[in-house]
Ligand binder design. Structure first.
Ligand code: FES
Ligand code: MG
Length: 569
């Protein structure tokens, strides 16, 4: 070893500061040789009982520790803020950037040489990666892994996806409230993340495709013993990565992001991947824009998982998982270095598919050309997105009248009114749900279908907003309209009765109101009063970037890899 390890700037000092750093750590029973210059590996844990999806991470941390000790490193586990997607109000997304700050500053302030990121639930994976990328120490991910398949009355049911279906069935009078409640326990019956291809499994799949985890990390069920073994192997590998000085900036190249975009299309991944990848790219300094997502547009949907298909993550795992998908995408994948310090091809070489209905071959896909579409026009000058694999084809090319909800409260109060003036062709528009507006850009973009139409059997309509939607959700839902209404985007000016043109094939989203009329409306427009005037939420509202830039905070873009030299005593 030629260069002094980073951790030695804490634990290798033969003075008062070194004494303090070592002595207090020794109160946990670590022997002298733990501080002898071996790599010190931080295990950044988002375990929390309020993040049920990450409840298995304490066990996995033990697996990582075994591997770190075995490879001659010294593991130290530390907690960071945990974001429970299903538990936090107004939305866990409001706090993704706060987690990223927590991760970044924890890594920077402590005497560690490399980091294992233990996350899983939707925002925990991107938040941890963003924070780690901004310090750029060797880093690797171990995910929670999905829950076992949901089961209800002998059928497989999927996290989220079947919640939306059941709740519409109750509103349509096709399911009793008692049956609805009974399904709860069967849906979530083991540790782990949503077992649909929701945001958590999407992000885990993209992490694997970008080469930031060991192969098979995304799909192994949370409670599968092989995940514990994977944690152990990851602990071993991070020690080697420290010696190789293999950092996120070596792995998260433009090519790696392109591989993630291609993979997202093939797995039918969440629209949320867009904001997370854009934000992460901003941290590592990769020039990624919404336009880059178009390289996925022609990629077919290969993975037949909810919400775009019918199976669940357990099935995806047993069929072969992400390595099989990468192997099908081989002609398109870009060369990119991974945590193995090898090309991504090493992650899928020899991958075998054990169920070709769950992971379809490239020439017999679930759906052709399934990648996300980017829409632009006067209604979204900086872009909006739609996920064709989860949409109704016939609705993707439409011109119709809008019905506008001015806020989420307006929607909740009126969506079920019998006299709501809407038809199945109406385009539902919702304002005030962007990053600044809500704040935090919640997953309300898949607005419920108005009750009177649900009763007529309508199950999908075009919906447009500045919100996101859950990765487990489906429908012809146009999301992430940028700029958002609260930032003065054209969305703020739409009125009920205006005509809107949507063309996914041409990438268009036009409000068919002439410029003069829009100028007149703009002159009268006022933003709503902010919902928060102090604390982190105020900082967020004042500094959050728009969706097309990943909704990071403006001052968090980029990285600072300097070693902190000043001591606290
Ligand atoms: Fe945590 Fe879906 S709610 S992964
Ligand atoms: Mg979600």
């Amino acid at each position: 070893m030629t260069k002094k390890r980073r951790s030695q700037h804490w634990y290798g000092k033969l003075d008062k500061d070194g004494f303090i750093h070592r002595s207090w750590m020794k109160n946990q029973g670590f022997p002298d040789h733990a501080f002898d210059g071996r790599p010190i590996i931080g295990i950044c844990n988002t375990w929390s009982e309020l993040t049920p999806c990450n409840s298995g991470l304490r066990d996995l941390a033990e697996g990582v520790k075994r591997g770190v000790w075995e490879a001659g490193g010294f593991p130290v586990e530390f907690p960071v803020m945990s974001l429970g997607e299903t538990q936090m109000k107004p939305t866990a997304m409001l706090f993704r950037n706060l987690l990223a700050m927590d991760v970044e500053e924890s890594i920077r302030a402590y005497g560690i040489d490399g980091v294992v990121l233990l996350g899983g639930c939707d925002k925990t994976t991107p938040g941890q990666l963003m924070g780690a990328a901004s310090v750029d120490l060797p880093s690797i991910v171990v995910s929670s892994g999905p829950m076992l398949n949901g089961k209800y009355r002998g059928q497989d049911i999927g996290s989220g996806t079947d919640v939306w279906k059941f709740s519409e069935a109750v509103r349509a009078g096709e399911m009793t409230l008692q049956d609805f409640m009974n399904a709860e326990s069967g849906m979530s019956r083991s540790a782990g993340v949503c077992m649909t291809m929701g945001t958590a499994s999407t992000m885990a799949s993209l992490v694997e495709a970008m080469g930031m985890s060991l192969p098979t990390n995304a799909a192994l069920p949370a409670v599968d013993a092989r995940r514990m073994a994977l944690a152990h192997l990851t602990g071993k590998r991070i020690v080697e990565m420290v010696d190789e000085d293999l950092k996120p900036s070596d792995i998260l190249t433009k090519e790696a992001f392109e591989n993630a975009i291609l993979t997202n299309a093939a797995v039918g991944g969440s629209t949320n991947a867009v904001v997370h990848l854009l934000a992460l790219a901003g941290r590592v300094g990769v020039d990624l824009t919404l336009k880059d997502f178009e390289i996925g547009s022609e990629i077919p949907l290969l993975v037949n998982c909810m919400p775009s298909g019918k199976y669940l993550m357990e099935d995806f795992c047993y069929a072969g998982g992400v390595p099989v998908v990468l192997s099908e995408l081989k002609p398109f994948l870009r060369p990119a270095t991974t945590v193995l310090n090898k090309d991504i091809s090493e992650h899928y070489e020899g991958a075998e598919c054990f169920n070709t209905d769950v992971i379809r071959p490239f020439d017999d896909p679930v759906k052709p050309a399934a990648g996300l579409r980017v829409l632009r026009g006067n209604l979204a000058p900086n872009g909006a997105i739609v996920k064709p694999s989860a949409a109704t084809d016939a609705l993707l090319e439409t011109e119709a009248e809008a019905y506008v909800f001015e806020s989420i409260e307006d929607l909740k109060a009126n969506i079920d009114r019998d006299e709501l003036p809407v038809t199945p062709e109406t385009i539902l528009v919702l304002k005030g749900c962007g990053p600044k507006g809500y704040p935090g850009m919640p997953e309300v973009g898949n607005m419920p279908i108005p009750a009177k139409l649900v009763k007529e059997g309508v199950r999908d309509m075009i919906r447009i907003s500045d919100a996101r939607m859950s990765g487990t959700a489906f429908g012809t839902v146009i999301l992430h309209v940028s700029p958002e209404a609260q930032a003065g985007g054209t969305l703020a000016l739409v009125k009920t009765g205006d005509r809107i043109r949507v063309s996914a094939s041409k990438g268009e989203l036009e409000l068919l109101v002439d410029e003069k009329e829009l100028d007149a409306r703009r002159a009268l427009w006022q933003p709503d009063d902010p919902h928060y005037t102090r604390g982190y939420a105020k900082l967020y509202i004042d500094h959050v970037l728009q969706a097309d830039q990943g909704a990071d905070l403006d001052f968090l873009v980029g990285k600072d890899t300097r070693l902190v030299t000043r001591e606290s005593h």
